[in-house]
Design a binder for this molecule. Sequence first.
Ligand code: HEC
Length: 236
Amino acid sequence: MLTTNPHGDKAATSKRDRRGAVKSLRLAIVLGSVILTGCGGDPDHPDPAAFNRQAQTVEKPYALALSRLVTCMTTLQGFTEKEATKRVFGNADKPSDMEYLSAYIAGQSRGVRMQVSTKDAKEKASYEMGKALFHYRAGSWDFSCASCHGTPNKRIRMQELPVLSSKQGARGTYTTWPGYRVSVSQLKTMEWRINDCFRQQRFPEPTYGSDAVIALTMYMAVNANGAVYRGPGTKR
Ligand code: HEC
C-alpha cells in the first residue's frame, strides 16, 4: 500500500500529518480516475490500446508518464499541446488535473518491478543525455545535480539528499514519486521536483516535457531498475 519514502520523511512529519497525507493521496488518485473517465478512459479497465501502447506506464512504472500523458492528449484526444500543458502544476488554492491524472496513472504501476529499457538507440541516447545533464555544471554557483545528489551523506537543513546516480538512491527515490507533500498539502510530480531542483541549482526553468527533463527522468528511472514501484508516496 502507500508508503513513505526512506529519506527521513518519516522523522520529519508527525503521525497526524502522515495520516492526513495518506487520505489526501487516496483522494488525489480517485480524482485522477474521475478526470480520466471524463476524458473518455475507463479507469477500472485502462484501455491497453489507448494507454498502454502510448503511455506504457503499466510496464514501465511512471517512466516518462507525464510527457506521455501529453502525447495521449494531443494524439488521441484532440487537445493542442498548449491546451494540454496549460496548467501542469497546481498550487494550494487550485490543484492541477494533470497532477491528479499522473497520480492515478502512476498508481496503476504499484507493485510492478522497474524495467526501463535502454535497448533502443533512442532510449540509450536519452539515458546518456540524462547522465551528461546530471553531471553538467553551470550557473552562478557552478552546480550540477551531482553537486547535491552525487555523493553520500549530504544534507540541506533536515533533508538528506539521495545519491540519484547510485542504484540504491535512485531506487528509493524514483519508486515513490509522484508524492503528496505534507509541507505544502499538495500532490507533486517528478517533473515539478526536477523543476524545483533546477531552481535550487540556479538554472533557468526547463520547458514542460522538454528533452532535457525526459532525459533526466530516464537517467533516474534506469538507475532505479530492478526496484518495485511503490508510489504514489508521501513526501516531506
Ligand atoms: C542545491 C542542491 C540541489 C541541487 C543542485 C539539486 N537538488 Fe535535487 N534536491 C535538493 C533538496 C534539498 C531536495 C529535498 C527537497 C525537499 O524534500 O524539500 C532534493 C530532492 C530531489 C529529488 C527527490 C528526492 C526524494 O527523496 O524524493 C529528486 C528526484 C531530485 N532532487 C532531483 C534533482 C535533479 C535531477 C537535479 C539536477 C537538475 C537536482 N535534484 C539538483 C537539492 C538539490
